[in-house]
Write a protein that binds this ligand. Structure first.
Ligand code: ZN
Length: 201
Protein backbone atom coordinates (compact mmCIF):
# COMPACT_ATOMS: atom_id res chain seq x y z
CA UNK A 1 0.00 0.00 0.00
CA UNK A 2 1.26 3.45 -0.88
CA UNK A 3 0.26 6.40 1.26
CA UNK A 4 -0.35 9.63 -0.61
CA UNK A 5 -0.97 11.79 2.46
CA UNK A 6 1.15 11.40 5.56
CA UNK A 7 -1.02 14.03 7.29
CA UNK A 8 -4.20 12.05 6.73
CA UNK A 9 -2.47 8.90 7.92
CA UNK A 10 -1.33 10.66 11.10
CA UNK A 11 -4.83 11.97 11.81
CA UNK A 12 -6.25 8.46 11.36
CA UNK A 13 -3.63 7.01 13.69
CA UNK A 14 -4.39 9.55 16.43
CA UNK A 15 -8.17 9.22 16.11
CA UNK A 16 -7.89 5.44 16.24
CA UNK A 17 -6.40 5.76 19.74
CA UNK A 18 -9.71 7.10 21.06
CA UNK A 19 -11.78 4.61 23.07
CA UNK A 20 -14.28 2.63 21.02
CA UNK A 21 -12.73 3.79 17.77
CA UNK A 22 -11.29 1.26 15.35
CA UNK A 23 -9.20 2.12 12.33
CA UNK A 24 -12.20 2.08 10.04
CA UNK A 25 -14.21 4.66 11.98
CA UNK A 26 -11.03 6.72 12.53
CA UNK A 27 -10.60 6.82 8.78
CA UNK A 28 -14.22 7.87 8.32
CA UNK A 29 -13.79 10.67 10.88
CA UNK A 30 -10.54 11.92 9.35
CA UNK A 31 -12.05 12.04 5.86
CA UNK A 32 -15.14 13.76 7.24
CA UNK A 33 -12.94 16.39 8.92
CA UNK A 34 -11.00 16.86 5.73
CA UNK A 35 -14.21 17.80 3.95
CA UNK A 36 -15.22 20.38 6.61
CA UNK A 37 -14.39 24.09 6.45
CA UNK A 38 -11.11 25.27 8.01
CA UNK A 39 -13.10 27.13 10.64
CA UNK A 40 -15.01 24.03 11.74
CA UNK A 41 -11.86 21.95 12.11
CA UNK A 42 -9.98 24.70 13.93
CA UNK A 43 -12.89 24.99 16.38
CA UNK A 44 -12.55 21.29 17.16
CA UNK A 45 -8.78 21.53 17.49
CA UNK A 46 -9.13 24.53 19.80
CA UNK A 47 -11.73 22.77 21.95
CA UNK A 48 -9.30 19.88 22.42
CA UNK A 49 -6.39 22.17 23.28
CA UNK A 50 -8.55 24.10 25.77
CA UNK A 51 -9.68 20.82 27.29
CA UNK A 52 -6.12 20.09 28.32
CA UNK A 53 -5.16 23.70 29.11
CA UNK A 54 -8.12 24.90 31.16
CA UNK A 55 -9.40 21.84 32.94
CA UNK A 56 -8.03 21.39 36.44
CA UNK A 57 -9.07 19.78 39.70
CA UNK A 58 -11.18 21.72 42.19
CA UNK A 59 -8.98 22.22 45.25
CA UNK A 60 -11.98 21.62 47.54
CA UNK A 61 -13.89 18.66 46.11
CA UNK A 62 -11.50 17.28 43.48
CA UNK A 63 -13.88 17.34 40.55
CA UNK A 64 -12.74 18.80 37.24
CA UNK A 65 -13.34 22.47 36.64
CA UNK A 66 -12.19 25.44 34.58
CA UNK A 67 -12.19 27.66 37.65
CA UNK A 68 -11.06 26.77 41.15
CA UNK A 69 -13.13 26.29 43.31
CA UNK A 70 -15.66 24.64 41.03
CA UNK A 71 -19.17 25.91 40.30
CA UNK A 72 -20.66 23.54 42.89
CA UNK A 73 -18.24 24.39 45.71
CA UNK A 74 -18.62 28.12 45.07
CA UNK A 75 -22.41 28.06 44.73
CA UNK A 76 -23.85 29.68 47.84
CA UNK A 77 -27.23 28.05 47.17
CA UNK A 78 -25.83 24.53 47.64
CA UNK A 79 -26.32 22.89 51.01
CA UNK A 80 -22.97 23.05 52.81
CA UNK A 81 -23.38 20.53 55.62
CA UNK A 82 -23.75 17.48 53.37
CA UNK A 83 -20.94 15.92 51.36
CA UNK A 84 -21.42 13.10 48.89
CA UNK A 85 -18.29 10.97 48.43
CA UNK A 86 -17.79 9.48 44.95
CA UNK A 87 -15.03 7.58 43.20
CA UNK A 88 -14.51 9.64 40.05
CA UNK A 89 -15.51 13.06 38.75
CA UNK A 90 -17.78 11.41 36.17
CA UNK A 91 -19.94 10.26 39.10
CA UNK A 92 -20.57 13.92 39.98
CA UNK A 93 -22.03 14.49 36.49
CA UNK A 94 -24.23 11.42 36.85
CA UNK A 95 -25.60 12.44 40.26
CA UNK A 96 -26.04 16.08 39.17
CA UNK A 97 -28.24 14.92 36.29
CA UNK A 98 -30.77 13.55 38.79
CA UNK A 99 -31.25 17.01 40.38
CA UNK A 100 -31.78 15.06 43.59
CA UNK A 101 -28.72 16.08 45.58
CA UNK A 102 -28.16 19.70 46.55
CA UNK A 103 -25.09 19.33 48.75
CA UNK A 104 -21.44 19.22 47.80
CA UNK A 105 -19.16 16.44 46.63
CA UNK A 106 -15.85 14.87 47.46
CA UNK A 107 -14.13 13.02 44.62
CA UNK A 108 -11.74 10.34 45.84
CA UNK A 109 -10.07 9.81 42.47
CA UNK A 110 -10.20 6.04 42.82
CA UNK A 111 -10.77 3.31 45.38
CA UNK A 112 -8.55 1.26 47.63
CA UNK A 113 -7.35 -1.72 45.61
CA UNK A 114 -4.53 -3.87 47.00
CA UNK A 115 -4.37 -5.78 43.71
CA UNK A 116 -3.56 -2.59 41.84
CA UNK A 117 -1.34 -1.31 44.63
CA UNK A 118 -3.70 1.56 45.47
CA UNK A 119 -3.74 2.28 49.19
CA UNK A 120 -5.70 4.80 51.30
CA UNK A 121 -2.98 7.42 50.83
CA UNK A 122 -3.25 7.21 47.05
CA UNK A 123 -6.82 8.52 46.99
CA UNK A 124 -8.22 11.73 48.48
CA UNK A 125 -9.27 10.36 51.89
CA UNK A 126 -6.96 12.62 53.86
CA UNK A 127 -8.45 15.66 52.11
CA UNK A 128 -11.94 14.49 53.11
CA UNK A 129 -10.89 14.23 56.75
CA UNK A 130 -9.33 17.69 56.53
CA UNK A 131 -12.55 19.13 55.09
CA UNK A 132 -14.56 17.67 57.93
CA UNK A 133 -11.98 18.45 60.62
CA UNK A 134 -11.44 22.08 59.63
CA UNK A 135 -15.09 22.88 60.42
CA UNK A 136 -15.20 25.49 57.62
CA UNK A 137 -18.09 23.78 55.86
CA UNK A 138 -19.77 22.53 59.04
CA UNK A 139 -20.18 19.08 57.55
CA UNK A 140 -22.83 17.09 59.39
CA UNK A 141 -23.49 14.25 56.97
CA UNK A 142 -21.22 12.26 54.68
CA UNK A 143 -23.04 10.23 52.04
CA UNK A 144 -20.98 7.38 50.60
CA UNK A 145 -21.90 6.80 46.95
CA UNK A 146 -19.17 4.43 45.81
CA UNK A 147 -19.69 1.61 43.34
CA UNK A 148 -21.13 -1.55 44.93
CA UNK A 149 -18.18 -3.76 43.94
CA UNK A 150 -15.49 -5.28 46.19
CA UNK A 151 -13.17 -2.26 46.05
CA UNK A 152 -15.99 0.25 46.50
CA UNK A 153 -17.29 -1.69 49.50
CA UNK A 154 -13.86 -1.98 51.10
CA UNK A 155 -13.25 1.74 50.60
CA UNK A 156 -16.67 2.62 52.07
CA UNK A 157 -15.95 0.50 55.15
CA UNK A 158 -12.52 2.06 55.54
CA UNK A 159 -13.88 5.62 55.32
CA UNK A 160 -16.78 4.82 57.63
CA UNK A 161 -14.33 3.50 60.24
CA UNK A 162 -12.21 6.65 60.07
CA UNK A 163 -15.29 8.86 60.35
CA UNK A 164 -16.28 7.26 63.65
CA UNK A 165 -13.74 9.68 65.15
CA UNK A 166 -15.65 12.67 63.80
CA UNK A 167 -18.97 14.20 64.75
CA UNK A 168 -20.69 13.40 61.44
CA UNK A 169 -23.48 11.09 60.32
CA UNK A 170 -22.30 8.60 57.74
CA UNK A 171 -24.94 7.35 55.31
CA UNK A 172 -24.75 5.51 52.04
CA UNK A 173 -26.97 5.54 49.00
CA UNK A 174 -29.37 2.59 48.81
CA UNK A 175 -28.45 -0.17 46.41
CA UNK A 176 -31.11 -2.34 44.92
CA UNK A 177 -33.41 -3.04 42.08
CA UNK A 178 -33.05 -0.95 38.93
CA UNK A 179 -36.25 0.78 37.77
CA UNK A 180 -38.15 -1.20 35.18
CA UNK A 181 -36.54 -4.52 36.07
CA UNK A 182 -38.49 -7.58 37.15
CA UNK A 183 -37.55 -9.44 40.31
CA UNK A 184 -36.84 -12.69 38.50
CA UNK A 185 -33.97 -11.05 36.62
CA UNK A 186 -32.24 -9.70 39.73
CA UNK A 187 -29.18 -11.55 41.04
CA UNK A 188 -29.20 -12.73 44.66
CA UNK A 189 -26.59 -10.27 45.92
CA UNK A 190 -28.54 -7.30 44.54
CA UNK A 191 -31.83 -8.60 45.90
CA UNK A 192 -30.45 -9.22 49.39
CA UNK A 193 -28.89 -5.75 49.38
CA UNK A 194 -32.25 -4.32 48.32
CA UNK A 195 -33.86 -6.00 51.31
CA UNK A 196 -31.17 -4.77 53.66
CA UNK A 197 -31.55 -1.17 52.45
CA UNK A 198 -35.37 -1.18 52.39
CA UNK A 199 -37.01 2.08 53.39
CA UNK A 200 -40.43 3.03 54.72
CA UNK A 201 -43.07 3.35 52.04
ZN1 ZN B 1 -15.46 21.69 43.96
Amino acid sequence: MQITSEALERAIEELARLPGTGRKSAQRMAIHLLKQSDERVLKLADALVQLKKSVQRCSVCGTITDRDPCAICSNAKRQTGVVCVVEEFQDVFIIEKTNEFRGRYHVLGGVISPLENIGPDDIRIKQLLERIGSGDEQIEEVILALNPDAEGEATSYYINKLLLNYDVDVTRIAYGIPMGTELEFIDEATLSRAFASRASF
